[in-house]
Ligand binder design. Structure first.
Ligand SMILES: *Cc1c(COP(=O)(O)O)cnc(C)c1O
Length: 370
């Protein structure tokens, strides 16, 4: 295959050529002045995208490592946490907390639904000893975005910690860490940031840092206090993935040039375009209420008579379009189209055109043909 594939999975996302070029650059001293300047530049720009006055720490690990860092840096074994889960990433967040000894009280929804702030309020009221609420902003496995601002409002009112998995939302759809009162916000380089996998970003609020002081879960590599102390010196506590940092520096410059509002508008527009295109093919969205449909990933119910794996292979081999399948219990039931980071209408149009041609070959007989 000579042509670059149209990588339509929700991470890793396509990386622009100038970012790839930067990634290929020579190593530098990670305790030197040049890298210190880069670390500070990157940290300042990340603060803008987080819409926070707090430090944004960059860890060398995937997004899951960032979630683990948030948990072990704010909680103690025995703490009760309310885990709001609407899909497989919500379950992962809960199981990290459980692994470190938190008592997890689940607030689980049928996959395809969004969480409701009112349910969160009631759950906290029923169990007043809850210390923290874990929530996924954008559930990548189901293509649903939770009403995070509303959920944050009830969590703030109850004065609990709010830890947020924003891995597939931040930098692509609106999130205001300080205004909404979020206490830990985590994302990863390979999603909306147009950077290869390898870095996670984490920020804590003042409440989060206060919790850090007394948090007793075991931590070393992921100890956010060490990362904060190092950042003050323009460093990271451990040898960072320098190459990915080089790429991030360029990607953030691109994002700053485009502007946050323009980036959000582009994702909203392309999200809508994807959903309309999917429905025009006679297919059904997995998301049950389109008001909560994700603008970074669209999950589509696989129609009767079509096998997801066969469809994805056909899309890849004949049309050069890479789609994602379903995760966990959704395996074989849905496929997903990623549209975050480096994405324009043309990329989606090409994917939809390919779908229109591949579906009949995969055994699809449209009931409401275009
Ligand atoms: C991708 C993703 C993660 C983290 O996955 P990693 O593979 O560890 O980077 C976590 N949560 C959500 C919602 C994601 O989309």
């Amino acid at each position: 295959m000579t042509q670059k594939p149209n990588l339509r999975i929700p991470g890793p996302t396509p990386v622009p050529q100038d970012v790839l070029d930067a990634v290929a650059g020579p190593m530098v001293n990670h305790r030197g002045r040049e890298f210190a300047a880069l670390v500070k530049r990157v940290a300042e720009r990340l603060k803008d995208f987080y819409q926070t006055g707090q430090d944004v720490l960059t860890l060398t690990c995937s997004g899951t490592g960032g979630l683990e860092a948030a948990v072990v840096s704010t909680l103690s074994p025995g703490d009760k946490v309310l885990a709001v889960t609407i899909g497989s990433f919500g379950e992962r967040f809960a199981s990290i907390a459980e692994t470190y000894g938190a008592r997890v009280s689940p607030l689980a929804y049928e996959w395809g639904q969004a969480a409701r702030a009112e349910d969160v309020r009631r759950a906290i009221e029923d169990e007043p000893d809850i210390k923290a609420v874990l929530v996924t902003h954008n559930e990548t496995s189901t293509g649903v975005t939770n009403p995070l601002e509303e959920i944050a409002r009830v969590v703030r009112k109850a004065d609990k910690l709010l830890l947020v998995d924003a891995v597939s939302s931040l930098g692509a759809i609106p999130l205001c860490m300080d205004d909404w009162g979020l206490d830990a916000v985590v994302t990863g380089s390979q999603k909306g940031w147009m950077v290869p996998p390898g870095l996670a970003f984490v920020a804590l609020s003042d409440r989060g840092w206060k919790a850090y002081e007394t948090a007793k879960m075991p931590r070393f590599y992921l100890d956010l206090g060490r990362h904060r102390d190092s950042l003050a010196k323009g460093q990271t506590p451990w040898t960072p993935a320098l190459s990915i940092f080089f790429g991030l520096d360029v990607a953030l410059e691109r994002m700053t040039d485009e502007g946050m509002e323009a980036i959000f508008a582009r994702h909203a527009r392309i999200g809508r375009y994807t959903r309309e295109g999917v429905k025009a093919l006679g297919l059904e969205l997995f998301c049950q209420d389109e008001r909560y449909a994700s603008d970074t990933v669209t999950a589509v119910k696989c129609p009767e008579g079509v096998e997801v794996s066969a469809l994805r292979t056909l899309m890849e081999d004949e049309y050069n379009v890479v789609l994602a399948g379903g995760q966990g219990k959704l395996s074989g039931k849905i496929f997903r189209i990623g549209h975050l980071g480096l994405v324009e209408e043309d990329d989606i149009r090409q994917a939809l055109d390919a779908l229109a041609r591949a579906l009949p070959k995969a055994g699809y007989t449209p009931s409401m043909a275009r």
